[in-house]
Structures are given as structure tokens and as C-alpha cells.
Design a protein. Structure first.
Length: 261
């Protein structure tokens, strides 16, 4: 699997400043890669005792069997990863509260391209940093993938998001997380986070807003856009019409299924 360099955070120390109620049931934060995985994880880490946070690894299909203990009902833990929907993963996580995080595929294309050419990502795609590829070419490769090196958008979303919607999950849009962080004193944010915490089996404390602010601090996330280094390409703020059409061609019906169209 590709290696991701992440700067250590201080959230364990921040967590211990607050009274923490123990989890009564394991929680698994599943997500499409580059959909705000660290953001949601860091927020929820502020509501779970450090001792109940499974920090051994991001759980994925290749290493799932090594981390089955994260889903144990006898020792409830908060764990996270990018886990494909398959018979084994559904069975192993059957006793957990499953949270499914994803983002608009249009925006995901840009986020994936930016991350691939950053110094935080180390895999078999280092040649993409050569400067010989145009922005349009990089974005196209993020949609259709690189044979033998990186899967297509459709392949990733199919088993990391779409298929999970046919199981017992609580879906969360990255855009909703960001929007409600920005309006924490609003009734909409109150309702959003109340539903999220209920889905996780977390009793919402009175100081929940302060905890969310701490957990959502970009400085605590090594993979947040502002923390990426070595990115010399200027990507567009939003995907253009041509590449939107390519996304729709590569994954027809996906955005409608996810609630974006």
C-alpha cells in the first residue's frame, strides 16, 4: 500500500482536558480516500477516551485481518479506515456502528490530484511530480486511473461508498461536515452533530462545540489541503465542464446516488 507521511498531532493531550464517557459499542469510520477522513476522525477523537481509540493503522482491505480486534464488542474501540465492501468486511464490522464518509466526486478529483503530487504521499506515482503533465492531464488520470498503479474514480467509489449504501451505515457528506463546522452556533449544526453523535453512540456533552473546534483545527491534520507541501501545480477551485462530463462518463449515476444531483 502507498505510504502517507503525517505530522503528529496533539489531540490526545487535548482530549484529556475533557471528561470522557466510554464507548459502549465499537465505531468504525469508513471513508472514500481524500474525503475528509482525518477531519471527521479528529473531531470524534475529542469525544472518545484515548484508550478506546484504535491507532494501530488505517484499516483497509489488505490489512483488515490484522486489525480485526478493532471491531471487538468485548473491547469497544473507535477505529477508522478505507474499507471495501465485501463479504468479509461486512461480517467483520457487523457489530460496529458504521459511519460512511464521502465527498462530491467532482471535488474529489482535484483533492486526489493535489495529494498525489504532494510530499505527504509516497507510492508508485512519483513520476506525476515531474512537471511534464498538464493540469488537465493530471485531472483526467485521477478520473480514469493509472493501469497497474491507481484505480479509477468509479472503482474507488463503487466499493468504498456506493456498495456500502446497500448495508447498515450512517452516511456523512464531507461538505456537510465542513458547512456545520463553520456555523457551530446555528440550529442546523446542532441538529447535524446531534445526529452524528447518536449514530456513533456518543452522548453529546455540553461542551461539544469547543471539542469540535479543537478537533477540526486544520493544524491538527497532516493531510489537510493547507498542510500539504511540495505542490507546485495550480489546480482550479472547481472542476470544469469537460472533466465533469468525464466523471459522469466514468461513473454514471454515482453523484445522484450519493445525493449530489
Amino acid at each position: 500500500m502507498p505510504e502517507i507521511w503525517i505530522q503528529p498531532d496533539t489531540l490526545d493531550d487535548e482530549n484529556r482536558r475533557f471528561a470522557q464517557a466510554p464507548l459502549r459499542q465499537p465505531v468504525f469510520l469508513n471513508s472514500v480516500p481524500k474525503s475528509g477522513s482525518h477531519l471527521l476522525r479528529n473531531i470524534l477523537r475529542m469525544f472518545v477516551p484515548v484508550e478506546q481509540q484504535y491507532t494501530a493503522d488505517f484499516i483497509q482491505w489488505p490489512n483488515m485481518q490484522q486489525h480485526r480486534g478493532a471491531f471487538s464488542a468485548d473491547r469497544p474501540m473507535l477505529s477508522w479506515g478505507h474499507l471495501l465492501m465485501a463479504d468479509a468486511s461486512v461480517i467483520e464490522t457487523a457489530g460496529t456502528r458504521r459511519i460512511l464518509l464521502y465527498r462530491d466526486p467532482y471535488d474529489w478529483v482535484i483533492a486526489r490530484a493535489r495529494f498525489f503530487i504532494s510530499e505527504q504521499f509516497s507510492g508508485n506515482v512519483g513520476h506525476l511530480r515531474s512537471g511534464e503533465l498538464s493540469v488537465d492531464e493530471l485531472l483526467t488520470m485521477m478520473i480514469f486511473g493509472l493501469p497497474g498503479k491507481a484505480p479509477s474514480l468509479n472503482a474507488i467509489y463503487e466499493l468504498n461508498a456506493a456498495a456500502w449504501l446497500g448495508t447498515k451505515v450512517f452516511p456523512v457528506k464531507y461538505e456537510d461536515v465542513v458547512a456545520n463546522i463553520g456555523r457551530l452556533d446555528d440550529d442546523k449544526a446542532d441538529s447535524f452533530f446531534a445526529s452524528l453523535f447518536e449514530a456513533c453512540g456518543i452522548e453529546r456533552p455540553d461542551d461539544w462545540r469547543e471539542r469540535v473546534r479543537i478537533g477540526s483545527d486544520k493544524a491538527q491534520s497532516g493531510t489537510a489541503r493547507d498542510q500539504l507541501t511540495g505542490v507546485t501545480v495550480e489546480f482550479p477551485a472547481s472542476l470544469g465542464d469537460r472533466h465533469r462530463a468525464l466523471v459522469d462518463y466514468n461513473a454514471p449515476g454515482l453523484r445522484a446516488l450519493l445525493g449530489y444531483a
